[in-house]
Design a protein around this ligand. Structure first.
Ligand SMILES: NC(=O)c1ccc[n+]([C@@H]2O[C@H](COP(=O)([O-])OP(=O)(O)OC[C@H]3O[C@@H](n4cnc5c(N)ncnc54)[C@H](O)[C@@H]3O)[C@@H](O)[C@H]2O)c1
Length: 147
């Protein structure tokens, strides 16, 4: 990967994330995408790389601080600027609250909320002191902000 602008997309191995990975790579970004689904992530990386797109899969559980730090370190390697973060990873548990366990509750909040906090914080740190416009942080669940 040799481009200068990196886009990080979380939960990129499937669903909406997979389409975002391809779309941002076609726009010319170096796309780093993270997911817990290692096999699917590797397969997507191979497929898009074979078409000449610059993509890198980083296996990660985004609820884990060390995994997120590693992801953002990878994003700024080779002099890249971390320009785009899309907080897309998330999960749902569809069952009655009568039967929902506290472990399931924690798991959903960690995947949907803690991951957004960790990724946004670590991505912002990579741009600390650079006060240019255009660094964009997007949350797939309908809100966005600029860092
Ligand atoms: N599809 C919809 O209609 C819809 C509607 C509203 C919001 N959303 C949100 O949009 C996002 C993408 O939706 P989707 O339908 O593509 O979902 P999806 O389940 O197909 O994809 C989500 C991806 O996030 C990954 N993921 C989950 N927890 C993770 C973790 N802790 N670490 C790393 N990766 C993790 C999953 O492995 C999966 O590949 C989700 O956050 C979802 O909640 C989707």
């Amino acid at each position: 990967m040799t481009g200068k602008q990196a886009a990080v997309i979380t939960g990129g191995a499937g669903g909406i994330g997979k389409e975002l990975v391809a779309a941002y790579a076609k726009k010319g970004y170096d796309v780093l995408f993270a997911d817990v689904l290692e096999e699917q992530g590797r397969q997507l990386e191979r497929g898009l790389s074979a078409s000449g797109l610059r993509v890198q899969f980083v296996p990660a559980d985004l609820a884990k601080e060390e995994d997120v730090k590693h992801l953002m370190e990878e994003a700024v390697k080779n002099g890249r600027t971390l320009s785009v973060l899309i907080n897309n990873a998330g999960k749902s548990v569809w069952k009655s609250p009568y039967h929902l366990t506290s472990e399931e509750w924690d798991d959903v909040l960690n995947a949907n909320l803690k991951s957004v906090f960790l990724c946004s914080r670590e991505a912002a740190k990579k741009n600390e002191g650079k006060r240019k416009r255009g660094r964009h942080c997007q949350h797939v669940f309908d809100e966005s902000f600029y860092v």
